[in-house]
Design a protein around this ligand. Sequence first.
Ligand code: KIV
Ligand code: NA
Length: 264
Amino acid sequence: TKRLTIRDIGRLRQRAEPIAMLTAYDSVMATLVDQSGIDIILVGDSLGNVVLGHETTLKVTLADMIRHAAAVARSTEHALVVCDMPFGTTTDPETALRSAVDILQHSGVQAVKIEGGLSMVPVIKRLTDYGIPVMAHIGLMPQAVHQLGGYYTHGKAAESADRLSREARALEEAGAFAIVLECIVAEVATAITAELAIPTIGIGSGPGCAGQVLVINDLIGLNTRPAPSFAKPRADAAGLVRTAVADYVAETKASALQKRAGAA
Ligand code: KIV
Ligand code: NA
């Protein structure tokens, strides 16, 4: 099977076939996710929280993203692979272009994702004019957590719903091939989906989006903190790990005791 391109993703939208996207950060998980029929793999800057143990995504660097994106890109052959542009790399169009070139050149992914509304229009124009596919991302933007003052649902007031809709249309016009809608009121996300030709990929934004994305660890229950309420875990991977490790520890301790007892 050939690797999906952004044109294939556009065709899924035209055929009204929902798009399935998940994150992955390392070789084993990326291989498993890729072999299970996913359309898009996102190397999210959720890497910071999920893999690197940071409180927010703000500490994730370009080098962090490139290292993990490279592992995912070389371990997959079917999915379109998208890499998040981390905090500080999208401050202006030239900085963003330089950073996106670094990501594509050194990791082998096919596209980047950029958080932000109207201020990202010139950035996305620059990258897409240069030939780099960009996925946009509005609503809850974790890189802006200190400005937003926390993690909460967006689009509740009519004014905020209108702004989200304007942003989505401007980002499509700027050249984005898809747009993530994170924690947006479901009716607003559904309305934005109908207004756009490009696919919306929802997370915590209801079933009316053109596709859905989740953090892989939330999907399989590989977490030490509760997953967000919209991510219903379909497995208890953390439980499997705890049980396997506890069994191993118990067996190892027991066999060591037996050996010493036998030698005495
Ligand atoms: O970093 C990430 O995992 C993301 C998705 C949740 C959309 O941006
Ligand atoms: Na992200």
